[in-house]
Design a binder for this molecule. Structure first.
Ligand SMILES: Cc1cc2nc3c(=O)[nH]c(=O)nc-3n(C[C@H](O)[C@H](O)[C@H](O)COP(=O)(O)O)c2cc1C
Length: 334
């Protein structure tokens, strides 16, 4: 690991470091008004939500790195106590980048960036009409983290009204694919929350046994990843290995190696055919074409595939049978 003490490095370096590792960050497109009612719109990725009761968000317009001056968004929120936060869809990303330009005080960035205004119900500043999700916010607290170039202004605010585009809903739930939000990474990188970037992971329904309680041959595997082990360790108890061994011995006896292609293991894996991959391991084992160690390794590859496919019981069977002792016990059948 390379280690960096922020005190030993210039602020721009620390800024880039922080932004690369604290990512992806959601982007708040912040609408404000100055005391004269002139609107302002700017994106901020120092932004997140903190608690739902009351719903609280924090956005941080920092002191400018080059001269330590404050941003218009900050001044407007400080002066009026109100702002809107619009979420940013992929279709808006070039426009928000344009809105981040240093326009003069009082210049309407809704117009500059080509956005329409969504009239707010409670606060004065408008939201962005093109955004699929808009929050009206009231300042609760301002925390200044340093009053120096590059330091932050935490604008802690309560959300007093939400507006969500109807087409974002699938039934009574918001479907992230319909929001198509973008997030900010380090340097000039953004990321898009859609397609392969999205996946679902159900919350644990109970306390799993934990990775430390997995059999040693699994914990020490160089095939199973940390994610694989975590999935295996999410069960409440380890399945009965003896019972599985008995069943597998029967299966192995029933296999006619002449009928089961033993050399198809790689193909079956590639095709995502976990059960067929196991059968080809059986066949190769029965023909004595595999050494015990290779048999274990192949069974762990089957474990991975079964886990990827949510076939938990097959995954656990392969995982337990990949124990060198279990493989040795299988060889009695051969
Ligand atoms: C995607 C994106 C995220 C940004 N995040 C922040 C941020 O969190 N804090 C900040 O001070 N500036 C951030 N900026 C830069 C501001 O948007 C920029 O300084 C803007 O001109 C401020 O405008 P204002 O003076 O009208 O408030 C970001 C810019 C972009 C494009």
């Amino acid at each position: 690991m390379k280690s960096f003490n922020p005190n030993d490095h210039p602020v721009p370096f620390v800024h880039r470091l922080l932004l690369s590792g604290v990512a992806p960050r959601p982007i708040a497109l912040v609408g404000t008004q100055d005391r004269e009612g002139r609107v302002n719109l700017s994106p901020f990725s120092f932004f997140n939500a903190f608690g739902a009761n009351p719903p609280v968000i924090v956005v941080s317009p920092a002191y400018r790195g080059k001269d330590g001056t404050t941003k218009h968004s900050f001044e407007n929120i400080r002066d009026t106590g109100e702002f809107t936060v619009s979420a940013v869809s992929h279709s808006m990303v070039e426009q928000i980048s344009l809105a981040s330009s240093d326009y003069e005080q009082g210049e309407d960035e809704f117009l500059k960036a080509g956005f329409g205004k969504l009239t707010s119900d409670i606060v004065a500043p408008p939201g962005v009409a093109e955004a699929p999700f808009v929050m009206e916010c009231r300042l609760l607290h301002h925390f200044d983290t340093g009053a120096k170039p590059g330091s932050g202004n935490l604008m802690i605010a309560e959300v007093v009204m939400f507006h969500v585009r109807e087409s974002a809903f699938e039934g009574d739930r918001i479907d992230p694919r319909r929001l198509d939000l973008v997030a900010r990474m380090g340097y000039n990188w953004y990321c898009r929350a859609n397609g392969d970037a999205l996946f679902e992971l159900p919350k644990p329904a109970h306390n799993g046994i934990g990775i430390d309680a997995l059999p040693q041959h699994l914990r020490e595997s160089d095939i199973l990843t940390g994610n694989n082990l975590a999935r295996l360790a999410s069960v409440v108890e380890i399945p009965d290995g003896e019972e599985i061994l008995l069943r597998w011995k029967e299966d192995l006896q029933g296999i006619d190696p002449a009928q089961t292609p033993a050399d198809m293991f790689d193909v079956e894996l590639r095709l995502g055919e976990a059960h067929r991959a196991v059968l080809s391991v059986f066949a190769a084992w029965k023909r004595q074409e595999l050494r015990a160690n290779e048999c274990s390794r192949r069974l762990q590859h089957c474990t991975r595939l079964a886990l990827d496919q949510n076939q938990m019981s097959l995954a656990w069977e392969c995982a337990l049978m990949s124990d060198p002792e279990a493989v040795a016990a299988l060889s009695v059948t051969r």
